[in-house]
Design a protein around this ligand. Structure first.
Ligand code: NAI
Ligand code: PYR
Ligand code: MG
Length: 603
């Protein structure tokens, strides 16, 4: 689908529950007795039926009464709700961590129940297992650590990775998220504590894309940390040494990628929260060799592009007018540069001139507006550097207020990691925007790093703005019965579909074409009515539906580009013969859904 806007039937069709699979196939288990109870993949707690208890050597290891899945579910939700009640009035961080702990305990014990409550309550639980709480969890990781999750490859493992990878107990891995902990959300270098991010991202893969949790693998690549506080913390769990640099660093990542590819040649690797220099370097190094992508550069770009195109629609203009939108991006890191690169590609695809595509883009970093006069101009930012004076008075290093006043942008987009940088003066200056509906995207995470709050945005920039933020905020009551809608402009709307589409196509690589198709599908998902209400992205409650659509778009492009090798029993030819609708059905059918399946013991 190109730039046309698809219309959809009732929003109720988008609920995740409709996507559940029917009869559970049996699972083969190679253990018996207490070992099963201690394995969260197979454990059903008191839910084991009596026949299964007999078959698996569980008789006597559990209280006699069998509790149904529904009862277990209700009991967990009651505990969760009483925790909410009992922690009322306590500081947000205490409440959030208490909620994370209760969910994490269930995750450690019974994955089927955990993922079911997560999927059914994704709007309430995503902010706990994902941003913003996951940031707090990473910051407090040493204290919260109880049992390991995922794998840890450290600089000390050099030369061992090819054999270490076989320590992972699952035979098959489909989806890997890896970080080196060097730029965790907007919280900086958190070293080994960044493992919380791959875990949270993969939880979103299970919830949104239905990736089987037995086939996911969170990875921490511990190459040291430059965070002095952590290096001095006696309880810090990572290597207590400065980060490896240069070739020493790349040799570790190369060895890891080779090891993964040797054991699971079809696994998809998502790079997450790497500092900018390594984010770009590793993407260039591996994207033509492995099926991988960088979520912060590429996933974020697609979500932002969908928001930018939605913004054009809110103004009642045709999508092609995107080429005329003046966009100020604050933050010239992996995310900000990724967004602008994809925006250039979009202009080119709309028939715009690639050479002049950046004419309406304005990029700032910590030193202000980036122009060609910048000393030591970063080559990655160079394509977006302005000529001094190409708008009257515009000059190197202009601060944000100066830029907004001179440019009067349609869009102000923050990916700086600096909380509150869109202050009252900045937001008020957006009232002079050339757009009837100026857009403000405060995309940095977690919440305290957001460039502004939703309330401040509507209060200072005016009630007619369009607003998006990386972490969730409540909608804003504008008075007179009107609501300022808050969009969660987060890459969670794309990465699960990109990964799932790549997996089910059996793509050898993840190409720009696949990423563009995924972003375009997200951009066309909302109806005109929703867009007019300032709603640019679907509700998190329908994340499985949007992921199926995004996944199908990526899959079809992989097929069209001749990269699809097929998945399991579905070969490339069958993929090619599927209609658009059949592709969405195929993707949906392949989503794992948590139900207790009968366990069959095999030696
Ligand atoms: N909503 C979403 O889906 C996503 C949000 N993010 C968020 O974006 C933020 C940045 O991520 P990266 O680009 O990877 O980080 P980065 O560290 O690569 O880049 C940060 C950029 O912000 C600039 N900056 C710092 N202080 C500034 C200031 N006072 N004024 C203007 N610019 C300033 C830096 O110079 C740098 O160019 C993080 O907070 C991250 O959580 C990142 C990816 C996805
Ligand atoms: C959402 C995300 O990927 C980030 O903030 O880094
Ligand atoms: Mg990230």
């Amino acid at each position: 689908m190109m730039w046309k806007v698809a219309r959809f039937a009732a929003a109720s069709l988008r609920g995740s529950r409709r996507l559940s699979t029917a009869i559970p196939a049996p699972s083969i288990v190679h253990k018996r007795g207490a070992d099963i109870l201690h394995d969260p993949w197979f454990n059903k707690d008191t839910g084991f039926p009596l026949t299964e208890r007999d078959r698996l050597g569980l008789r006597g290891l559990l209280p006699p009464r069998v509790i149904s899945f529904e009862q277990q579910y209700a009991r967990f939700m009651e505990s969760y709700q009483s925790l909410e009640k009992n922690t009322q009035g306590q500081p947000d961080s205490i409440v959030s961590l208490a909620k994370w702990r209760i969910l994490n305990r269930l995750h450690d014990r019974n994955e089927t129940l955990y993922y079911r409550v997560l999927i059914d309550n994704i709007k309430d639980f995503a902010p706990i297992i994902y941003t913003p709480t996951v940031g707090l969890v990473c910051q407090n990781y040493s204290g919260l650590f109880r049992r390991p999750r995922g794998m840890y490859f450290s600089a000390k493992d050099k030369g061992e990775m090819m054999s270490m990878i076989y320590n992972w107990p699952a035979q098959k891995v489909d989806m890997i998220v890896i970080t080196d902990g060097s730029r965790i959300l907007g919280l900086g270098d958190l070293g080994v504590q960044g493992i919380g991010i791959p875990i949270g991202k993969l939880d979103m893969y299970v919830a949104a894309a239905g990736i089987n949790p037995q086939k996911i693998l969170p990875i921490m690549l511990d190459v040291g940390t430059n965070n002095q506080k952590l290096l001095e913390d006696p309880l810090y769990l990572g290597l207590r040494r400065p980060r490896l640099e240069g070739d020493e660093y790349l040799e570790i990542v190369d060895e890891f990628m080779e090891a993964i590819h040797t054991r699971w040649p079809k696994a998809i690797v998502q790079f997450e929260d790497f500092q900018m220099k390594w984010a770009f370097e590793t993407l260039q190094r591996y994207r033509k060799k492995f099926c991988m992508f960088n979520d912060d550069i590429q996933g974020t770009a697609g979500v932002a592009l969908a928001g930018l195109l939605g913004t054009v629609r809110t103004q009642g203009r045709p999508l092609e007018d995107f080429t005329k939108q003046k966009i100020v991006v604050v933050g010239a890191g992996s995310a900000g540069l990724g967004v602008l690169s994809m925006a250039v590609q979009a202009v080119a695809r709309m028939g715009g001139n690639r050479a002049t595509a950046t004419n309406n883009f304005f990029l700032l970093d910590k030193d202000g507006l980036i122009t060609k006069e910048r000393k030591n101009l970063d080559p990655a930012a160079a394509p977006f550097a302005r000529n001094q004076g190409d708008i009257e008075g515009l000059k190197e290093g202009d601060n944000l207020i100066e830029v907004i006043k001179k440019v009067r942008p349609h869009v102000l987009l923050g990916l700086s990691g600096v909380g509150g940088i869109f202050n009252e003066e900045v937001l008020k200056s957006m009232r002079e925007s050339d757009s009837p509906k100026p857009a403000i995207f405060a995309m940095s995470n977690p919440t305290k790093n957001a460039e502004c709050t939703a309330i401040d945005a509507f209060k200072h920039a005016g009630p007619n703005i369009v607003f998006g933020s990386g972490s969730p905020f409540e909608n804003v009551d504008l008075g007179n019965g009107k609501v300022g809608h808050v969009n969660q402009a987060n890459n969670m709307y794309l990465f699960p579909g990109i990964g799932l589409g790549a997996l089910l196509s059996g793509a050898r690589l993840i190409t720009d074409g696949m990423l563009q198709a995924a972003a375009e599908r997200l951009a066309s998902y909302m109806t005109d009515e929703e867009i007019q209400d300032g709603i640019l992205y679907p509700s998190v409650n329908s994340i499985r539906h949007i992921t199926a659509e995004v996944g199908a778009a990526a899959l079809r492009t992989a097929v069209a580009e001749g990269l699809a090798e097929g998945h399991c029993e579905v070969g490339p030819r069958e993929l090619q013969q599927m209609s658009e609708e059949e592709t969405v059905e195929y993707v949906t059918r392949n989503m794992w859904f948590p139900v207790y399946s009968p366990l069959v013991h095999e030696k």
